[in-house]
Design a protein around this ligand. Structure first.
Ligand SMILES: Cc1cc2nc3c(=O)[nH]c(=O)nc-3n(C[C@H](O)[C@H](O)[C@H](O)COP(=O)(O)OP(=O)(O)OC[C@H]3O[C@@H](n4cnc5c(N)ncnc54)[C@H](O)[C@@H]3O)c2cc1C
Length: 346
């Protein structure tokens, strides 16, 4: 059976100068620098959105140690980073976890092939900005959930339009669940939020807004099962009160589950990279790994002779070093120093 690496032969048009694995703050800033160095850039992210830990774990928290900002909300920093690299129009690929990496020949040139079960990607250099690993949403293992996933039951909202005029059940008690309730309230015909506890982990201001809204908030209730109608469309759920065991059936058109994420480095550790420990890839002072042309930066990187300092600002500096060093790998005549951006007219 083909492993995908020997299928359709790529042309040099398919080969990027740099492919960045992970759209966390490190990957996004690396994309900006790679663009500044006129590299054809692709960013591949396991999730359907950019931002890494900032988007998934603390979107509504204020960050106080980003240079030039006395404080900035995590989701605003992500939006600003995306905006900053938009200038160079990098190619984004979402919802793909890179599972394998190896060197191949494309029209006589040795390039890196990155594989996932959807697609192959080809690149002269690779920057791994994988942070603490690829994020996947926690899924609910209740009858009907897998059957209706992406057919009425969702773990992400990629597009609000399918929710227009719908009766929605939202499950969860964190920022994401509460934010989507608020975001969809004027869009949906009716929203019910259930949470298995009475303590919410969402931002206080959002909770106040939720309480003042017509959204039906039911604490100590959890999802028991999901069912369809005769046409196979999601139509009804059963929910259960966790203390009394009482159950209720609700007629709904859509279910949105926001109950957190888990991250796993997964296959990255099998790519032949020298590891500093189970969570970190060993890199030199140019952020290059033991494999030529493969760089790592941010939370996933451990610089030889130093210790990881897992902060956004460290990732930014490492991203700049890695992208400029990658430029030299692509063109050995290029200078490492990019020049001052203040000299440019962008
Ligand atoms: C609650 C909390 C608060 C924090 N507060 C601060 C703070 O105030 N200041 C500060 O400086 N730092 C803070 N941090 C740390 C900061 O968030 C991290 O240092 C930063 O997110 C690291 O960025 P990164 O881009 O290296 O990795 P990440 O943010 O982890 O992003 C990595 C991305 O790579 C993707 N990915 C991984 N593997 C693959 C794969 N194989 N294929 C495709 N995609 C992949 C992941 O899905 C993820 O989106 C905080 C962290 C937490 C958890």
């Amino acid at each position: 059976m083909s492993d995908g690496f020997d299928s359709a032969p790529p042309s040099d048009q398919d080969v990027y100068d740099i492919t960045i694995v992970g759209a966390g703050p490190t990957g996004l800033f690396a994309a900006f620098y790679a663009g500044l160095r006129e590299m054809k850039t692709k960013i591949i992210e396991a999730l359907p959105e950019p931002g890494g830990q900032l988007a998934v774990l603390y979107p509504e928290k204020l960050i106080y140690d980003v240079p030039g900002h006395s404080k900035i909300m995590a989701k605003d920093l992500v939006a600003a980073l995306v905006d900053q690299c938009a200038l160079f129009e990098p190619t984004y690929v979402y919802e793909q976890r890179i599972d394998d990496l190896r060197q191949i020949e494309v029209q006589g040139e040795s390039v890196w092939a990155l594989q996932n079960h959807h697609e192959m990607h080809y690149s002269r250099t690779v920057l791994i900005g994988g942070g603490i690993g690829a994020f996947v949403p926690n899924r609910l293992d209740v009858p009907g959930a897998a059957e209706f996933e992406n057919r009425g039951l969702h773990y992400f909202v990629k597009d609000k339009r399918p929710f227009r005029g719908k009766r929605i059940l939202v499950v969860g008690g964190g920022d994401t669940a509460v934010d989507w309730c608020l975001n969809l309230r004027d869009w949906a015909s009716d929203i019910t939020l259930i949470h298995r506890r009475d303590g919410f982990r969402a931002h206080e201001a959002s909770l106040a807004e939720l309480q003042a809204s017509p959204i039906d908030v039911m604490t100590f209730w959890q999802l028991e099962s999901v069912r369809g109608n005769g046409d196979g469309e999601l139509a009804q759920v059963t929910i259960q009160e966790s203390r009394s065991g009482e159950t209720r059936d609700l007629d709904v058109d859509a279910v949105l589950i926001n109950i957190g994420f888990k991250a796993a480095l997964g296959p990255i550790t099998d790519w032949g990279l020298e590891l500093a420990d189970k969570r970190h890839i060993r890199v030199d002072g140019f952020m290059e790994t033991n494999l030529p042309g493969i760089f790592a930066a941010g939370d996933i990187a451990a610089v030889e002779g130093s210790e990881p300092l897992n902060l956004i600002v460290t990732g930014f500096a490492q991203a700049a070093i890695a992208a400029n060093a990658a430029r030299q790998r692509v063109d050995p005549k290029a200078r490492l120093f990019p020049g001052h951006s203040s000299e440019l007219r962008l």
